[in-house]
Design a protein. Sequence first.
Length: 625
Amino acid sequence: MSSTTAYLSVEELTHHWGDIRLFSDLNFGISEGQKIGLIARNGTGKTTLLNILAGKLLGDKGKVTYRKGIKVGYLSQLPELNINNSVIEEIFASENPQVIAIKAYEKALADQNHDALGHLIEELDKLNAWDFESRIKQILSQLKITNFDQLISQLSGGQKKRVALANILINEPDFLILDEPTNHLDLEMIEWLEGYLERSKATLMMVTHDRYFLDRVCNEIYELADQSLYYYKGNYQYFLEKREERIQTQNAQVEKAKNLLKKEQDWMNRMPQARATKAKYRIDAFHDLKKKAHSGITEQSINLDIKATRLGKKIIECHGLNKSFGDLKILDDFNYKFAQGEKVGIIGKNGTGKSTFLNTITGAITPDSGYLETGETVVIGYYRQDGMKIDNDKKVIDIISDISEHITLGSGNSMSPAQFLRHFLFSNEMHHVQVDNLSGGEKKRLYLMTVLMKNPNFLILDEPTNDLDIFTLNLLEEYLQNFKGCVIIVSHDRYFMDKIVDHLFVFEGQGNIKDFPGNYTIYHNFKLEEEKAQKKVEKVKKEPAAKTTVKDKPRKLSFKEKKELEEIEREMDELNTEKTDIENDLNSGLLDAESLTEKSKRLNEVMSILDEKEFRWLELSEIEG
């Protein structure tokens, strides 16, 4: 525990969901400056705990106390906003002292109240509020909210969450509580928010499935498990190691208790007549021991051994696809042939056509021109971002049994709907629960079941990581790595993308789709290097002009430098030819996994060498010119 100022104290906190106890007698404190990631399986009470800490829900028992004067900001999964407000009105509807002072100042101006204006100008100076509106618009624009006059009622769910997030960041609370803040953000927004929270002095407690985000923002992890909280002072990797150690230690203690229990059970069985006279402490100890012997941590896991239908040689072939909506071009003469076992990630800013592309290749949307060829053996499993379209009043088991009474596994065995639900960690008591009563993550897990149970061999996953817990994500990643069919993934989860995809379709807008060889981190680093090279070029262009004076005499290239320039030009031609050849090979779809990796690595080397050659060429050209 930090020795700095205590912000929050939680004592004996207990809460139930119906008959299920979510957590029991939690005791913890959070101090100024701590940045905590909260991790737990879906349905174990993460969001419930955050709601209680934020004062949105009362615990069944216990006490939550904040230090006097602490301002708390809470981003829930489904924020409540005033739908009658415009975006800017919603932002200015807060109780922030700067907002209150600005409103009073504007009213005094309108009323020509000169007495009040003098006092309010001093107040705005003291609160440093003169640039407040520009800061608001800067944060909103970073979160891609640009129409400040648009009504909240006209926004999508994702836009509403981004407005709510902007509102919290603008008001600069002392204590931030964030429930899945990266949902509905694109990669650019996530990286901006990551940097913002890293720099922020605010104390933070956050639920997120984004493991890179977790690692870079949080320095401590709390795990909610077995109705208790476990504490880890370190990053995500440290948490994984120490959690495994904790489980092994606890299971070893349970095994020891079981062995001792056998001896005590013999004593209890042999001497029932002596119980009244034997030491009562031994009988009490027996019952305590029995409880401990049955408290082992049984690490449940999902073994996603779902059978995939055999995939033939012809999969999906795109021939000259074009698609536009008015002036917005989504696909511009797109040609591609998907290959067996290919795993492609799709990235790009919102509005560049990622979902339209998915709907086009599945046949849900007809292209303006061009055509698709789909192999006879292709069975598409499409996990959509907006989830299931089902009756929330239905029971969980009915969702599965309505699709099939027999689910075939990869081993050839089949399961009943009840067995299949248990396979996906839905306990017997959950089978007859209405879908409406499931947590967000449990609904997503159920939806994933409905997609996989149809035995697809071409999987399309549109934001599959939203609301799934980290443990389920690890297992889904393992399944996808071993999946023999094709996979297309649209995701803002960089960790997930890095583990699964071989290459990326980068949607750059106006129908321009770039096929990049490598995962997200390779692409991200490539873009950073590209930006650095561009800055170098701009710097070289500016520097000679800045340094030149009237007295300067133009310098000529030496004989050695002329030879160097000629050699660089020859080498650049060769490198550009090699680069084009490699890109053609990578785009052919004919390379095996090993060749794809080698070619991708060489492409990065070639581009790095080209950057260096171009920089030196520019230097020599400036002298010659």
